[in-house]
Design a protein around this ligand. Structure first.
Ligand SMILES: NC(=O)c1ccc[n+]([C@@H]2O[C@H](COP(=O)([O-])OP(=O)(O)OC[C@H]3O[C@@H](n4cnc5c(N)ncnc54)[C@H](OP(=O)(O)O)[C@@H]3O)[C@@H](O)[C@H]2O)c1
Length: 222
């Protein structure tokens, strides 16, 4: 697939590396340090280009910028209509914020009209994501996923798997508060989960029940 990464920083570069390794065609855009972006693109066999050009040629657009930079990134990216979007952002810092009770995913989806919006890769630190991507199948960590377009989520789930993680669909953008910041009791944000335990979380969220306690794993191989 053709994948644009808008903001190839810690998280965006991880995703770009994983998807380039899996054989996808990457275009990277939106940087103040264009030399660093070009160097990363060279390392990955990717293109470093303007956000608008990256998005125009892409099937999938990864939005991975600090919260405060989202309005500028979206302005430079141009129309996202029909594009599958993977939003990795968390609502830290300044900038327009979700209304009380509104998820950040629902808020951001509304800022990307016509996009086939999904949110993922947002719950674990970039260092942990980079390290965990090489794990054997039975130790894979979950990348939670939400969105209101089932077909888009299926495609993003396949990309998550190719990048080395276990995708788990938590539901729609209105239902995904447990995968959003901040780290807190009763949420999956900031915690390692694996597939068997994660399925119980999905059941609990669907039933409107509190999620199970965070598991702890002692067999980490990486
Ligand atoms: N870091 C984590 O552990 C982590 C984990 C999960 C989710 N997230 C979320 O994922 C998103 C990206 O986080 P990150 O840690 O990958 O960020 P980051 O390392 O700071 O990367 C941000 C990227 O955006 C680019 N950019 C372009 N214009 C910018 C501007 N005006 N201000 C700031 N950056 C600009 C930066 O390039 P230049 O510096 O060259 O401009 C860089 O490539 C955030 O919303 C964050 O909350 C982060």
């Amino acid at each position: 697939m053709k994948i644009a990464v808008i903001g190839a920083g810690r998280i965006g570069a991880n995703i770009a590396r994983g998807l380039a390794r899996a054989g996808h065609s990457l275009s990277l855009g939106f940087a103040r340090d264009t030399a660093a972006l070009a160097a990363l693109a060279g390392e990955l066999g990717a293109a470093a280009t303007s956000p608008a050009d990256a998005v125009a040629g892409a099937d999938v657009v990864v939005v991975s910028v600090p919260w405060r930079a989202i309005p500028e990134a979206l302005a430079q990216a141009g129309p996202l209509e029909g594009k599958i979007v993977i939003d990795t952002t968390n609502q830290f810092g300044s900038g327009p914020m979700p209304a009380p009770g509104q998820t950040a995913a629902a808020f951001n989806a509304a800022r990307m009209p016509g996009a086939r919006y999904t949110k993922s890769f947002n719950t674990l630190t970039s260092a942990f994501q980079a390290q965990a991507a090489a794990r054997p199948a039975d130790q894979r960590v979950v990348q939670w996923l939400c969105g209101d377009d089932a077909a888009a989520k299926e495609q993003v789930g396949a990309l998550i798997e190719e990048a080395g993680y276990a995708p788990v669909d938590l539901g729609g953008t209105a239902d995904c508060a447990v995968m959003e910041a901040p780290r807190r009791a009763g949420a999956v944000y900031g915690e390692e989960w694996r597939l068997p335990e994660a399925l119980a979380v999905v059941e609990a969220v669907r039933a409107g029940r509190p999620i199970p306690d965070t598991p702890s794993y002692s067999d980490v191989a990486t």
